[in-house]
Design a protein around this ligand. Structure first.
Ligand code: GDP
Ligand code: MG
Length: 145
């Protein structure tokens, strides 16, 4: 999920490009305002933490986000590596947060922690489910298929 700061600093194409370069497949994408209930459910694991209220307020009131579903070999793990640690200044090598993040809360993008959590988050953000399609053109460039 590209967070409001990522959308407003015009990072949508940069981020999509990085995932496409890895040959991951886009299976869902929408620009949306986030309702408080959705933000609270998404971050419910942090509900006991001091940052929870600030984080939910930030996601709800700073502008739209881009929710996306990406598919591919080791996609969850690879995307977490590409995103980097929570605090942009902790990034030791080139990562999305290290290059573009403003601070610990405005850190450009959220990525799911595990496949199990990714499936839960897909159900939460995309109640209509991912987009499925049959490949109708030759799959020459689909390296991981
Ligand atoms: P992530 O998995 O790396 O995104 O980090 P967490 O799941 O621990 O936290 C979720 C989000 O809460 C982070 O991406 C930050 O936007 C925000 N956050 C986490 N810890 C802090 C903190 O100590 N202070 C503030 N202001 N925000 C935080
Ligand atoms: Mg997390």
């Amino acid at each position: 999920m590209i967070k409001p700061d990522g959308v407003q600093t015009r990072l949508i194409p940069e981020i999509i490009n990085r995932f496409e370069e890895k040959h991951f497949s886009l299976k869902g994408m929408k620009l949306m305002s986030v309702e408080r209930g959705l933000a609270e459910k998404h971050y419910e694991d942090l509900s006991g933490e001091h940052v929870f209220r600030r984080l939910v307020d930030y996601i709800v009131s700073s502008g739209p986000v881009v929710a996306m579903i990406w598919e591919g070999k080791n996609v969850v793990e690879t995307v977490r590596e590409m995103i980097g640690p929570t605090r942009p200044s902790d990034c030791e090598y080139a990562t999305i947060r290290g290059e573009f993040g403003i601070d610990k809360i405005r850190n450009v993008i959220h990525g799911s922690d595990s496949v199990e959590i990714a499936n839960k988050e897909i159900a939460l953000w995309f109640p209509e489910g991912p987009v499925h399609w049959d490949k109708k053109i030759n799959n020459y460039w689909n390296k991981f298929d």
